[in-house]
Design a protein around this ligand. Structure first.
Ligand code: DQA
Length: 148
């Protein structure tokens, strides 16, 4: 069976829709999962969509993705700005990686301007809200079509 695109969501993203909607929008994580699944399926891909508040669990899932995913979309939430462990895990994987943030992290507090995940990602989409996840799927699907 074809390997899925793994979509990893970090801490507090389970609260999307309720959490600071002026910054993160009104879509819930379930809404985003539905939207990316539809976009992926139109391009012949499946999605494995996960969220955790735990750094180690995200690291475990990235490691799982080394063998079991065809590409990775990561919104690591606040761990983007702090987690060298996540960066190391991402650097150990060879499938294409796209980093997503709902908000424009460069227009916010200084501590959000740096992302460890960016050091491992082929591309970064931020500031486009939930749409960014769909664009990430399209970008990955294009990349995967050229390597397949
Ligand atoms: C976020 C931006 C991060 O700075 C923040 O900690 C989040 C969400 C985003 O999607 O905009 O939790 O990753």
């Amino acid at each position: 069976m074809e390997k899925p695109i793994l979509v990893l969501n970090g801490p507090n993203l389970n609260l999307l829709g309720q959490r600071e909607p002026d910054i993160y929008g009104h879509d819930t994580l379930a809404d985003i999962e539905k939207a990316v699944t539809t976009v992926a399926s139109a391009r012949g891909h499946t999605i494995d969509f996960r969220q955790s508040n735990l750094e180690g669990e995200l690291v475990d899932w990235v490691q799982w993705g080394r063998e079991n995913a065809c590409g990775l979309i990561v919104n690591a939430g606040a761990y983007s700005h702090t987690s060298i462990a996540l960066l190391d895990a991402l650097n150990a994987i060879t499938v294409p990686i796209v980093e997503v943030h709902l908000s424009n992290i460069f227009r916010r507090e200084d501590f959000r301007n740096h992302s460890y995940v960016s050091l491992a990602a082929g591309g970064v989409i931020c500031g486009l809200g939930a749409k960014g996840y769909e664009l990430a799927v399209l970008a990955l699907a294009d990349q995967l079509a050229t390597v397949e």
